[in-house]
Design a protein around this ligand. Structure first.
Ligand code: HAM
Length: 420
């Protein structure tokens, strides 16, 4: 006998019992994306490995440790996408979608070989949005207002906090990196081996280390704000003024640097204190140089991605899991002796009530047993087909949520009643 297989560590199934919450959240996100004039794109989950190494940065954790990369039978080096932005940028250039404002959203699985823990998986879903073609700080504001609208619509306004930072342009960061390296080199004896490597290659990432032993060092580090050009400062000032005017609260977090290399100017994260250490449920920023780096016309851009598992976990904690009775649903019990009549009635209901859910039960079990299952389902109604119903050419209807007697109805009366 073949042994029972298990899922791969960190790659979880999303089970039918969870799907209604996922679908209703996805619908909320898609509706808001549509309201802001964003359109969906669907891309392959495999891309040329170089696309990611070049986009995300050679020294980032994703590229150095977390990619699923392999050589296919034709000798091509491919990676499972660890995030969505690189593929979208590849596609908009390749398909000539730039040159005007282009607003795109996507929903799909991403893959990172991370150490799995609560909220951190090796395969996970992101809902992402990318906005190409505007340098205006108002596009940053619009993106932040849109993300806030998600949390309002999902009733999470009290569960998340917006962190924003201005990481300036590459030239600003180069100067700042030198200052940071000079500062942290005084304390190399207190840095872990991993942080020592970051110190040489990507010193900004030391700032978002969660290592409790160096938090005092981080507090005393030089500030990026002191290295920003006037132009970079002006962009961020406009963003903040507009957020204030719209009443969108935020924390200005000078240690928010993000784990990917493509960002300039505004970066942000929506964080929660309800999920433990994996606290970012949505993250992004501006990446004005990426399109031209890949041979596209110079096109500014910005975007973000939501970690769907984290968002769902937060909603489950907030008790918004949908266990509501579905009024447009009936549990349809067919006695096997009356299968021809019963199946015909069930199909007649599908014909007449196309958006109804009809849960059929044609097992050879007692009515009592079937009622138990009906009560456990979220259906509002039970419909019974037995000898009596077939003889009298009708059905018996029972309201599962109200204590009123069942009634016998002709099929046309049943349809009229359910439609009402
Ligand atoms: P990111 O910060 O790497 O950014 O990921 C965005 C979000 O995806 C995170 O805030 C988190 O909610 C979720 N996430 C990331 N890794 C995992 C994981 N291993 N398990 C579960 N959830 C995870 C990006 O991916 C950028 N592409 C966002 C972006 C779009 N920037 C501009 N445009």
């Amino acid at each position: 006998m073949i042994k029972k297989f298990q899922n791969i560590r960190g790659m979880n199934d999303i089970l039918p019992s969870q799907i209604s919450l996922w679908q209703s959240v996805e619908k909320t996100l898609k509706d808001i994306a549509h309201a802001y004039n964003f359109t969906e794109i669907r891309l392959p989950i495999l891309e040329n490995a170089k696309l990611f190494t070049a986009t995300l940065g050679q020294t980032t954790d994703i590229v150095t440790k977390e990619m699923y990369t392999f050589t296919d039978k034709g000798g091509e080096n491919l990676s499972l996408r660890p995030e969505g932005t690189a593929g979208v940028v590849r596609s908009v250039i390749q398909n000539n979608l730039l040159g005007k404002i282009t607003k795109i959203w996507y929903l799909g699985q991403m893959f990172r070989y991370e150490r799995p823990q609560k909220g951190r998986y090796r395969s996970f879903y992101q809902f992402g949005m990318e906005y190409f073609g505007s340098l205006s700080p108002l596009s940053d504001v619009e993106i932040l207002a849109l993300t806030k609208r998600f949390w309002d619509a999902l009733n999470l306004q009290n569960a998340v906090v917006l962190h924003i930072n201005n990481i300036g342009f590459k030239e600003c960061r180069e100067k700042y990196k030198v200052a940071l390296q000079n500062y942290f080199r005084q304390f190399t004896n207190r840095l872990s081996d991993e942080l020592k490597i970051k110190l040489e290659h990507n010193p900004l990432r030391i700032l978002d280390s969660k290592d409790p032993d160096i938090q005092d060092l981080i507090e005393g580090a030089p500030l990026l704000a002191d290295y920003l050009s006037p132009e970079a400062q002006e962009h961020f000032a406009v963003v903040k003024k507009h957020l204030d005017h719209l009443g969108i609260s935020y924390i200005e977090n000078s240690h928010l640097v993000r784990g990917l290399d493509y960002y300039d100017l505004t970066v942000f994260e929506w964080r929660t204190n309800k999920l433990g250490s994996q606290d970012a449920i949505c993250a992004g920023g501006r990446y004005d140089k990426l399109v031209s780096m890949f041979g596209g016309n110079d096109t500014p851009a910005l975007g973000f991605a939501i970690g769907m598992e984290r968002l769902i976990a937060l909603l489950e904690l907030q008790n918004s899991a949908s266990t509501a009775i579905d009024d447009l649903s009936c549990y349809f019990m067919i006695s096997p002796k009356n299968s021809f009549y019963g199946m015909k009635m069930a199909e007649t209901l599908h014909d007449n009530l196309p958006n109804w859910q009809i849960i059929t039960d044609y097992e050879d079990s007692s009515l009592k047993n079937k009622f138990k299952k009906a009560n456990r389902s979220l259906a509002r109604w039970a419909i019974i087909i037995d000898e009596n119903e077939e003889q009298k050419n009708g059905v018996t209807l029972k309201d599962l949520r109200q204590n009123i007697p069942q009634e016998f109805l002709t099929i046309s009366d049943l349809i009229t009643k359910l439609k009402g």
